[in-house]
Design a protein around this ligand. Sequence first.
Ligand SMILES: [Cu+2]
Length: 480
Amino acid sequence: MSQITSSRRAVLAGLAGTAALSALPRLAQAAAPTFQLDVKTREIEVNGKLAKRLAVFGPDGPEGLRLKRGDYFKARVVNHLESTTLIHWHGLLLPPSQDGVPGISAPAIQPGGYADYNFPLIQDGTYWMHSHVGLQEQLGLAMPLILEDPNDPLGDLQEVVMFLEDFTFQDPEEILRALEGGGEAATGGGTPADGMKMAAGSGMSGMGAMADLNDVEFDAYLANSRTLRDPEIVAVERGGRVRVRIINGSASTNFFISAGGLSARLIAVDGEPVEPIDDMLFPVAIAQRIDLLVDVPAGTSVPVLAHREGDTAQTGLILAAPGAAVAKLPDRGAKKSGAMGAELESRLRSTVPLPVRPVDTELLSALTGDMAAYVWEMHGGVYPDNEPLVVTTGERTAVRIRNETGMAHPMHLHGHVFQVVEIDGKPLAGAVRDTVLLPPNAEMVIVFDANNPGNWAYHCHNLYHMEAGMFSYVTYVPAT
Ligand SMILES: [Cu+2]
């Protein structure tokens, strides 16, 4: 880390408004932000109805931010909301004070206030940003963060970003209250899903045989803020191959991705390259990203669709070669998609794995909970009444994640990348990632190097599970 960055860390630690900066004019100048991100409300139209949502507006608007590996992330985030906020840079390796998690990395930004960020971008790939305050992410406070590779061998390819969200007209707080009330409190759009009610009604809990695929029924599923009733149609300039960067920015929905019944090529997960896999359907769990190469034959259009797990609902966008007819697609498919397991995860092989090194310490991360009561725990309780993972600076650390519940949990570790090295007892040199889906009753081992001392959020990325308590953190002790 550069000196500027470590000085900024000190400033950020106590930054509540303008006072800290004006006390340090020379430093403030040295660290003057090069771009601004404005957090505000906006209206979008969903299925013919206006919806008031939250959004981040960057230099290119509310649909994404593009930077390059080697640049500095030198930004000021300004909060125009009437409530506090804080934005997390999902998947980025950065100093802990700039990670954007209130209570762990820095205080939330007060209404009318701002926070400054300054850290080097040492990665390239498909990332995203989202609020880490309350249920703001469900209200749309999220957008793509694409880090270009200055020497990208695929740099000549046309690139398309597809940002997926689940959408509700209901107040997310009401949805959470209904879930915590056992699934009986709410009716209408955005209610707890049928599976949830059945689970509650039959008194099933944690280790149940029935896997619940979805907690919440949404009003729509969005790709780049649009539904299939009015999808984005991307003109494919030259015909041929397109790189599609897919980000699952949903609060509570896993998707399977298809490319018009054609085979596509998976080349990266969570911004990290993998050995290419050609297939027809690719799972992307909550908060995960996949990069696909999709071929668009001359004169045709290819829909890139996201199919909701365990349902017929679908969303997506259309890639259209010059002169192609574009067919209207329904927002429900003919067939329900299945449950998301670890089938793709077990086939993934990193092409840039962690350095080969023996594990120094293995820690256990047990995920427990109760579907009926909607209590989701990890490490012995709901946050903050649970234990952090304590790692030792410099150690190769393994974490055995044991899902003792009947639901899948997308587990996200901040500030590090990890490699998946064991799935249900089978060793592998799997993907390097920041978010891994633990299917019901699954056990996986991830490894990472404890080389970024600080406190780092580590949690389930299903927003409702996280709010219900499935949240913990990693903390460092020095090597002795
Ligand atoms: Cu979860």
